[in-house]
Design a protein around this ligand. Structure first.
Ligand code: ZN
Length: 206
């Protein structure tokens, strides 16, 4: 327990060091950023601690607008992801939306197993993913090992979430207004830290 409590103290110490080091390299960095933000990219990723969005692409503060949830789902009934999406597209006018899934996703794995009675919120959240699994169970279950089955559903889930975005009214209205908005489906490999692109949808305008 003591070790776990120490973690937050270490985090605050590390933050002091990080902020000082950032200013040493670029004295006006935080002052420049404090005025406003204009990120070009909305990142919708998994909440998994092993997939820290900014780290994986060497992004600096101000570069990414980020939403993360279990299994990177884009569900219209989820006010959290919908409000982030709306603000990013309508107000910030991001040019790209990245949906990033990752191999070995615990949320995806959970959606392929029996529901756990002690996790009712998680169960509700994963309902669309369970439906996707049922739809593709025949193909997925032909794969010989568990890791491949999970990773196949991870990929299908990224395609599905990008598809959800293409049908979303916020995205549709941006496209009708000829706003540049590209949708990308990526996969992060937790075994080697590398991202790969599965799909890109949309067109560059102007
Ligand atoms: Zn995950």
């Amino acid at each position: 327990m003591r070790g776990r409590l120490e973690i937050t103290k270490r985090m605050l110490r590390e933050n002091q060091a990080w902020a000082q080091e950032r200013v040493a390299r670029d004295p006006d960095f935080f002052l420049r950023n404090a005025g406003s933000q204009s990120p070009d990219v909305l990142w919708i990723g998994c909440a998994d601690s092993r997939v820290p969005a900014e780290y994986t692409i060497n992004a600096q503060p101000g570069e990414l607008f980020v939403h993360r949830n279990i299994a990177n789902l884009v569900t219209e009934s989820d006010l959290n992801v919908m409000s982030v999406l709306q603000y990013a597209v309508v107000e910030l006018k991001v040019k790209h939306i990245v949906v990033c899934g990752h191999h070995g996703c615990g949320g995806v794995r959970a959606s392929m197993a029996a529901e756990r009675k002690d996790l009712p919120y998680v169960n509700r959240k994963l309902e669309p993913l369970r439906a996707l699994y049922r739809l593709h169970a025949h193909e997925i279950n032909l794969l010989e090992d568990d890791i491949k089955r999970v990773n196949r559903l991870v990929e299908l889930n990224v395609f599905e979430q990008v598809r959800n975005l293409t049908r979303n009214d916020v995205v549709q209205q941006a496209w009708q207004a000829t706003q540049t908005l590209l949708l990308h489906g990526w996969i992060y490999d937790i075994c080697n830290g590398k991202l790969s692109e599965l799909v890109t949808v949309g067109a560059k305008r102007g």
